[in-house]
Design a binder for this molecule. Structure first.
Ligand code: ADP
Ligand code: MG
Length: 480
């Protein structure tokens, strides 16, 4: 039955902009300060104070718009979104409504069918974040921390173009990658700097009209986005197949129980009574400044990926992984240019052992214990047959532990590959003489035993013989 339904998803992504001060005040935005030490009178909504727009957030929003091929509005307007909540002292949030700063963009993801797929970006608007309620450590009371009040957010709204949880995650990852490339957000999801609301509906395949949607609030990890959407799709299909109707509502994802729960229905929804904020002038942006920003755009993930494929002849999937973050891409390029040119091999090491070690130790690429030059040195020693790929893993671990360059470690530990064929030949002869039974079986046609012989020789040489040479020599000798 599932095949009859088409899934439709649109995301609203909230990105915290990486400014030093808040969107309408001079208070600091640094994360993790003691409660209420970074909220000034403007953030607290004191009567008589006035907001002053931080120019930097305008620049950041415009950079984002340019990166996704959108229009930067020559004139945009801040509006008041009115609702009552304890963490919102003014009783309204300053946001943009009818005239957002960014409109009509796009980006491309790998769609479910494997082809490049265009996802429309409806708009991106600037707004201030609210404070936070704190429940821990309070008995029958809640605390309020207003440090986050007034922190600048860019809310990025997609068209309902996504057709599965997988596509939604691919889109969210692409936005995440773009904002970090641009340096406009740290994208830190644990700290809430990058989170999304997912609007999910289903409709009978072939039907034009969109189904009724549920909005899943505040998803702050890629895994939760995927799980929450998949749960919600199943739930809605079950409702419809039981003859029921999906109601428009806001739902919360409970990660512990892996389910979504109703928070409020459309009837209970707020009427925000939006109106232009009389305290703020419209934002007017001149075209020349936009062109200045356009020329300052860095190379973006898609362009970098394509260049990596063309320039380094990398497999496209590897290029995608290596360009997911600018820091990783820079590391990769530094390693390639420090070595004597084996770009795919360098890529394999970065994606494999290096990323593995970083994940294991919970480190960022910037904190890597193996510098790009060191990794290049290691790849070069494999390429010139000084060490085998297997020994290279031991050298890598030693580099990670701080024992120096590949050359230093190879010398200190005596890991240099035995290239002297007469030395290898002596060991090959010894292994053949010591295993007459296996020799007979091999010669009777059990070809697979070659692996056993190679293994024995490698063991005798502590892995230092060139496996290719050993293989060839064994085959020749065993053939008699
Ligand atoms: P609101 O302001 O009430 O959240 P919007 O119309 O601005 O609603 O839409 C918010 C998001 O929901 C957008 O990303 C949009 O693409 C998506 N969306 C709208 N209708 C649907 C639907 N029927 N199914 C899935 N997503 C939808
Ligand atoms: Mg919404």
């Amino acid at each position: 039955m599932k095949g009859q339904w088409e899934v439709v998803i649109g995301l609203e992504i909230h990105t915290q902009l990486a400014t030093v001060s808040k969107i309408f005040s001079g208070a600091a935005t640094a994360y993790g300060a003691a409660p209420n030490t970074q909220a000034c009178l403007v953030d607290l909504g004191y009567p008589g104070t006035l907001p002053v727009l931080n120019r930097e957030v305008v620049r950041m929003a415009a950079m984002f718009g340019l990166a996704v091929n959108a229009t930067i509005a020559p004139r945009s307007v801040f509006a008041r979104k009115n609702y009552f909540y304890p963490d919102l002292p003014k009783g309204y949030q300053i946001s943009q409504y009818e005239l957002p700063i960014v409109a009509g963009g796009e980006l491309f993801i790998a769609g479910d069918d494997g082809a490049q797929k265009r996802i429309g970006i409806t708009r991106a608007h600037l707004e201030e974040d609210a404070g936070k309620s704190i429940h821990e450590g309070f008995d029958r009371q809640s605390g309020i921390d207003l440090n986050r009040a007034g922190t600048p957010l860019l809310e990025i709204v997609s068209e309902p173009d996504l057709r599965s949880a997988r596509e939604a995650v691919a889109y969210m990852r692409k936005i995440h990658s773009i904002v970090r490339y641009l340096g406009i957000s740290d994208g830190n999801m644990q700290e809430g700097s990058f989170r999304c609301d997912a609007n999910v509906s289903v409709r009978p395949r072939g039907q034009e009209k969109l189904g009724t949607r549920a909005e899943l609030k505040n998803l702050n990890s890629f895994r939760f986005v995927e799980r929450a959407i998949n749960f919600e799709i199943e739930r809605q299909i079950d409702v419809l197949e039981d003859g029921g109707e999906v109601v428009q509502e806001t739902r919360l994802y409970d990660a512990d129980r892996d389910e979504t729960r109703s928070m409020r229905s459309k009837e209970e929804a707020n009427d925000y009574r939006y109106f232009p904020d009389p305290d703020l002038l419209p934002v007017e942006i001149d075209a020349a400044w936009v062109e200045e920003l356009r020329s300052a755009l860095p190379e973006l993930p898609d362009a970098k990926r394509e260049r990596f494929v063309a320039q380094y002849e990398l497999k496209p999937d590897d290029a995608e992984i290596l360009t997911a973050s600018r820091a990783l891409a820079d590391y990769y390029e530094a390693a390639v240019s420090a070595g004597s040119g084996a770009p795919q091999a360098v890529g394999n090491w970065v994606i494999g052992d290096l990323t593995g070690a970083l994940n294991r130790d919970g480190l960022d690429i910037a904190e890597s214990k193996v510098a790009a030059e060191q990794l290049a040195g290691l790849v070069d020693r494999i390429a010139d047959n000084t060490i085998s790929g297997k020994i290279a893993k031991e050298v890598f671990d030693a580099m990670w532990a701080g024992e120096g360059s590949a050359d230093e470690i190879i010398a200190a530990r005596g890991l240099k590959q035995i290239t002297d064929t007469s030395a290898i030949e002596a060991i090959v002869d010894k292994v053949i003489a010591a295993n007459p039974g296996q020799v007979a079986e091999y010669q009777a046609g059990k070809d697979k035993l070659i692996g056993f012989f190679v293994g024995q020789v490698m063991k005798e040489t502590q892995g230092k013989a060139n496996p290719g040479v050993v293989n060839q020599m064994l085959k020749a000798k065993l053939a008699g």
